[in-house]
Design a protein around this ligand. Structure first.
Ligand code: PEP
Length: 255
């Protein structure tokens, strides 16, 4: 069986200030020794330089929350992969439900962003998830499949990406998928990846076993352990709790 090192990634969303970040980041550096899991924080663009400065000699990685799928040039307001590289980012979140809903990012665009991140040397954290209405109508797995479908063969072959299952109804709501609900979906996602990679090549199939699938949606210290104990849950994408040092560290320690 493939051993996958767990990853706990914080998604700060549109939160932070220079002074609050300083306390959070230096607290993380000071207290993250001895953690078994990989740890990362995905911060707003203006704070990347600060994250790089504070985290550069630590085991904590950093990244951004989106990127452009285009090359640098005439694209006002966008941020290119090469710029994220210059600030030492390892990760970039793509396809978060807030980007899909508020900014109309389709699964095709999300797949383009993921591939662009990968070829630029960044590790995309690709988010997928269903709404409450979709879950209640029994459409969850079909929705997830349609979100995964546009992912490129190059990305699947490289296996240099992270998938995050984030049920939209659990994000920022305090409602969490039960460990069983989450595991059922993670197993489906794992199978989808394996089947798709197997259709590309044996090498792709072997590599894809190492892809980590994170759970996101109101993960807190109180529920982290039971979620992270599931065989196909390889870590967490943490929103609200990543802004509170003690909560984020407690989740990291549970992994
Ligand atoms: C998120 O925004 O990715 C997230 C999981 O948020 P929260 O943990 O606050 O539900």
């Amino acid at each position: 069986m493939t051993q996958r090192k767990k990853l706990i990634a914080g998604n700060w969303k549109m939160n932070g200030s220079l002074s609050a970040n300083q306390a959070l980041l230096s607290g993380l550096v000071g207290q993250s020794q001895g953690l078994v899991a990989d740890v990362a924080v995905c911060v707003p663009f203006p704070y990347l330089a600060q994250a790089q400065e504070v985290l550069k000699d630590s085991a904590v990685a950093w990244g951004a929350q989106t990127l452009s799928e285009r090359e640098p040039g005439a694209c006002t307001g966008e941020v290119a992969a090469s710029m994220l590289q210059e600030f030492g980012c390892r990760y970039v979140i793509v396809g978060h439900s807030e980007r899909r809903t508020l900014f109309g990012e389709s699964s095709v665009v999300v797949a383009q962003k993921a591939e662009h991140a990968r070829v630029s040397g960044l590790c995309p954290i690709i988010c997928v998830g269903e709404t409450l209405a979709e879950r209640e109508s029994g459409a969850t797995l079909n929705v997830l499949k349609s979100q995964l479908e546009p992912l490129r063969a190059g990305l699947l072959t490289s296996a240099d990406f992270v998938l995050a299952y984030e049920p939209v109804w659990a994000i920022g709501t305090g409602k969490t998928a039960s460990p069983e609900q989450a595991q059922e979906v993670h197993a489906y996602l794992r199978n989808w990846l394996v089947e798709r990679a197997a259709a590309i090549s044996l090498e792709a199939q072997q590599r894809i076993a190492g892809v980590r699938i994170l759970y996101g949606g109101s993960m807190k210290p109180a529920n982290a352990q039971s979620l992270l104990a599931q065989p196909d849950i390889d870590g967490g994408l943490i929103g609200g709790a990543s802004l509170v040092l003690e909560e984020f560290l407690a989740i990291c320690r549970a992994a």
